[in-house]
Write a protein that binds this ligand. Structure first.
Ligand code: DX5
Ligand code: ZN
Length: 215
């Protein structure tokens, strides 16, 4: 089974993102949490940071937009060089049009679902997306506890994806004691912030998480 591990730089040293990325060579992508203090009650960084990280990072970037009005802003992150741009269904006026704009700008397009958001309405247009992100915490902050009750949603999305090339991502509380549960439910792409950058050896933590997901 293909397993992708994406450390979230939300838990890294904000003064040294370039160096922090060099500490996780075993990772598949780098997860960049963009927050605007409107869609979520927290503020991180935006387009200039992602543009610069895309220039210096040896790993591809997966941008998780926790912002209002992604229809307007998301394509710019694709133009900046992100590999994947994921926006929230709850914030988008027209998710399909926004996904198409992201793809036209050269990135993979992802749609994210908060814990209270049903996957059902989006499953009919799965072909428009390259990734579905099932949030396993309320978006906004790292270090929260994994919510295992969301595994029903992961299973529902996995069944709808079938053998399509759509990545099924989980984000929030992914650690050594939870990643197996998410993998068993059908996730293949795992975001981990505190479990990676809170470890003494972040790259060893990435390798351990990968092994646990594969088992
Ligand atoms: C939370 C972010 C996550 C966060 C996860 O809203 O979307 O990507 O960094 O952090 P951990 O892995 O610590 O739960
Ligand atoms: Zn995230």
């Amino acid at each position: 089974m293909v397993v992708r591990i994406e450390p979230s730089i939300l838990s890294a040293d904000f003064a040294s993102f370039a160096r922090e990325i060099e500490r996780i060579p075993s990772a598949d992508l780098v997860h960049c949490d963009v927050m605007d203090n409107h869609f979520v009650p927290n503020l991180t960084f935006g387009l200039p940071m992602v543009q610069r990280l895309a220039q210096v990072s040896a790993l591809p970037l997966d941008v998780h937009l926790m912002i209002d009005d992604p229809d307007r802003w998301a394509p710019g992150y694709a133009e900046a060089g992100a590999h994947t741009v994921t926006f929230h269904a709850e914030a988008a006026q027209d998710p399909v049009a926004t996904a198409r704009a992201i793809r036209r700008a050269g990135a993979r397009a992802g749609i994210a679902l908060k814990p209270a958001t049903d996957a059902g309405p989006y499953l009919a247009s799965l072909g428009e997306f390259d990734q579905v992100l099932v949030m396993t915490v309320e978006p906004g902050f790292g270090g929260q506890s994994f919510r295992s009750e969301l595994m029903d949603k992961v299973r529902e999305v996995r069944a709808a994806i079938g053998d399509r090339d759509v990545w099924l991502q989980v984000d929030g509380g992914i650690a050594a004691d939870t990643i197996g549960t998410a993998a068993a439910a059908g996730a293949d792409t795992f975001v981990a912030g505190s479990a990676v950058f809170g470890a003494d050896d972040p790259d060893a933590a990435v390798q351990r998480l990968r092994a646990l997901a594969q088992a």
